[in-house]
Write a protein that binds this ligand. Structure first.
Ligand SMILES: Nc1ncnc2c1ncn2[C@@H]1O[C@H](COP(=O)(O)OP(=O)(O)OP(=O)(O)O)[C@@H](O)[C@H]1O
Ligand SMILES: O=C(O)C(=O)C[C@H](O)[C@H](O)CO
Length: 321
């Protein structure tokens, strides 16, 4: 099996220990966030070799992130350091229900300086899949240029491209630029993994079938639309189906479910599993991730994943997210 490459920004994460507005919280616990970081952790826990292209500030948060990468067996050879910029961080609230409040401190961060020079030294022949999200191109002009350069290099080396839009409007100058860049990247992907609400922002339909048809007709090989508690809809031009997700015991924090889902899909693709088995695994890990507070602590080892899939029933569908 080839390695999987992730590219993006890991951040310090401070999670509120009590409910209420972020400015009133008195106790936070420290962890690490980052959409691509979460996917890297998920893949590595399942035994896949992962490389993570990023840039860290030479500061305590950067050191915390690299320590967590090492603890999770994520290769650090694509990582670089800078003394001039800080590692970004974010605050996350504790929600009674639904998505928690978040606030970023990441403008001009170390990772926002990722550029072509960081990519030129990579030997793409070792990597079977490149996974990126819509966060990297939102970080800065150089990071946006680097995102397209990564895609170009991946294509030249026949490395498959997986793209999760992870739409973060607060990081973009305006909606029009965001949608146009997202669509330019999506159309070049082999695996496109939007949430149904994200796809609606990108192509104005909330019908999973219409979303898949739209991107397949533009050359995407596999479209897998995440539909929250209704699981996911997948299509690749040969087959299409809706796959229910698993019954959860309790939802602790909704953040990171999509990243867990991506780890499930990419691990299965790298292992040569069928589309339906990939989506079942994506659904299982997405559901497992909902049941823990951090953005990546709920991501399972293979033993835990197999036990979860064996002992949990599939949910009955209906009623949207
Ligand atoms: N309420 C739920 N019950 C069971 N499984 C869920 C629930 N919500 C999400 N999931 C699982 O997690 C997957 C990803 O969740 P979702 O559709 O919310 O993706 P997303 O919008 O990318 O998430 P996020 O960006 O918040 O991480 C779903 O496809 C599903 O398998
Ligand atoms: O919101 C972001 O930019 C992050 O990368 C932090 C979180 O870990 C991520 O949103 C989870 O998908």
């Amino acid at each position: 099996m080839k390695k999987i490459m992730l590219a993006g920004e890991p951040m310090g994460l401070f999670i509120a220990k009590e409910e209420g507005p972020l400015e009133a919280v008195s106790t936070f616990s420290a962890a690490v966030a980052g959409a691509e970081f979460n996917v890297a952790v998920g893949l590595s826990r399942l035994g896949h070799e992962v490389g993570y292209l990023t840039k860290l500030g030479n500061d305590p948060l950067g050191k915390r992130i690299v320590r967590l990468m090492e603890e999770n067996a994520i290769a650090t050879d694509l990582l670089s350091w800078t003394d001039d910029r800080p590692t970004g961080f974010m605050l996350k609230g504790k929600a009674k229900k639904g998505d928690p409040d978040i606030f970023y401190f990441r403008k001009n961060s170390a990772a926002s300086t990722i550029s072509r020079e960081d990519i030129d030294k990579i030997d793409f022949s070792k990597y079977g899949i490149l996974h990126i999200t819509g966060i990297l191109p939102a970080l800065s002009e150089t990071a946006r240029d680097a995102s397209f350069y990564l895609i170009q290099k991946a294509k030249e080396n026949r490395t498959m491209i997986s793209f999760d839009p992870n739409i973060r409007p607060q990081l973009w100058p305006n909606r029009e630029t965001m949608v146009s860049i997202m669509n330019r990247i999506a159309e070049q992907s082999d695996y496109f993994l939007p949430g149904v609400k994200e796809a609606e922002i990108m192509m104005q339909s909330s019908s999973p079938e219409a979303i898949a048809e739209y991107y397949l007709s533009r050359g995407v090989k596999n479209v897998i639309v995440k539909i929250g508690k209704d699981g996911a809809y997948a299509a690749n031009g040969k087959e299409s189906f809706t796959c229910p997700t698993y019954q959860e015991e309790r939802i602790v924090d909704t953040v990171g479910a999509g990243d867990g889902f991506a780890a499930g899909i990419l691990s299965a693709v790298n292992e040569g599993l069928s589309l339906i088995d990939a989506v079942l695994r994506g659904n299982a890990i997405g559901t497992m991730q909902l049941q823990s507070e951090g953005d990546n602590e709920g991501l399972p080892t293979r033993v835990k994943l197999n036990a979860f899939m064996r002992t949990h029933a599939l949910k009955k569908t209906g009623g949207g997210k």
